[in-house]
Design a protein around this ligand. Structure first.
Ligand SMILES: Cc1ncc(COP(=O)(O)O)c(C=O)c1O
Length: 365
């Protein structure tokens, strides 16, 4: 068997121990004589996994009791629409609400686009588009009376991340946490809703975790289809229809893996160390590597940089691949290199990449 260091932005590398357990249990789940993906989502065996995963997530992420945990599908991209559809006054109901958005990159823009399609009254409160999204806006005024303030906690493409969330006084935050979900502890004080696809830090693609303040169910209006309502999922423990059972099973194993590692405090420390190896290699290269993000806003999850001499980029990527360091090409809107180092990227993988970068710089710098 060959395993490479896979720096893919998502779907992304998963813990080897988890994959091995999935392999071992795939044909006969705990002497049931069938696979976990062949059994009823309402049977006792799957129910235990389902409920346990929600309890584990609540415990690990210290989610307060006023929040429900929902398992939905359609990716974070569906949430871009469900959030304004459920939480604002829009053209279907006559409430005249207003949504606030902070624009920190491609994914924020896509979220804003859905508010626009739904003809929602919205305002862009701050943006970092002026510098190709290389920083997180600060020191802006949050107007009063917003239905919510939407932010993207980690900007997967540009490699920036909030170190501290905004603290709105008379509204709550809606956070697209797709690319730093369960990578560090969270203060829930100013949060109303969080959503994230599993496929970066928490499992395979195909499931979105939504963590929602139950107060928001009161905002639903009569024309909303059943499957577009958050309360449908909350009130049925996400068993109104058939949930993505394979994803839930793997999510459960990943949560146990996080717990074994010492929980989110410990995972965060490891993630800080991991990113630091690579940022040090950038900072100590005398300008051979140029980081995209402002230092204070650097992401611990997606490390974006380019080579000063861009003609060396293909050679960098090819040589990296020869060393089993793969999926390092940056997104076309930033160019350069992107190393995605989510929870499951081993510390060793980051060290090996940093050493490779230093070697490459010494040869070509
Ligand atoms: C921050 C962020 N938001 C949203 C998305 C879109 O997620 P999905 O493909 O699950 O709809 C991504 C995907 O990479 C992302 O990184």
């Amino acid at each position: 068997m060959k395993r490479v260091y896979n720096f893919s932005p998502g779907p992304a590398t998963l813990p080897l121990e988890v994959l091995e357990q999935v392999k071992d249990e795939l044909l006969d789940y705990q002497n049931t004589g069938m696979s976990i993906i062949e059994m009823s989502h309402r049977g006792s065996v799957f129910s235990k996994i389902h409920e346990e995963s929600m309890e584990l997530l609540r415990k690990i992420a210290k989610i307060p009791e006023n929040f429900d945990i929902l398992y939905m599908t359609g990716g974070a991209s569906t949430q871009f629409a469900l959030v304004p559809l459920n939480l604002t006054g829009n053209r279907f109901n006559q409430k005249s609400g207003k949504a606030g958005y902070i624009n920190t990159g491609t994914w924020s823009k896509k979220a804003i686009q859905e508010a626009k399609i739904l003809n929602v009254n919205y305002e862009i409160i701050a943006s970092s588009e002026d510098k190709n999204f290389s920083y997180i806006p600060k020191n802006y005024k949050i107007p009063s009376g917003l239905d919510y303030l939407h932010i993207t906690s980690n900007n997967t493409i540009f490699g920036t991340q909030y170190k501290e969330f905004p603290k709105p006084q008379d509204t709550k935050l809606i956070i697209d946490m797709s690319s730093d979900f369960i990578s560090k502890p969270i203060d829930w004080t100013h949060i109303g809703l969080v959503y994230a696809g599993l496929q970066k830090n928490a499992g395979p693609s195909g499931m979105t975790v939504v963590i929602i303040d139950k107060e928001y169910y009161k905002r639903e209006y009569e024309f909303l289809p059943t499957m577009f309502r958050y309360s449908t999922f909350g009130e049925s423990k996400s068993l109104y229809n058939t949930p993505p059972t394979f994803q839930i099973y793997i999510f459960n194993l990943i949560l146990k893996w996080i717990e074994k590692k010492g929980g989110l405090e410990e995972i965060h420390k490891i993630n800080q160390r991991k990113a630091q190896y690579i940022y040090d290699a950038i900072d100590q290269s005398n300008g051979f590597y140029i980081g995209h993000a402002e230092k204070e806003d650097r992401s611990l999850m997606n490390i974006t940089f380019r080579l000063k001499n861009e003609s060396l980029q293909d050679e960098f990527l090819n040589k990296a691949k020869e060393n089993d360091l793969v999926n390092l090409k940056g997104h076309r809107s930033v160019g350069g290199i992107r190393a995605s180092v989510y929870n499951a990227m081993p510390e060793e993988g980051c060290k090996v990449l940093a050493e490779f970068m230093i070697d490459f710089y010494k040869k070509h710098g």
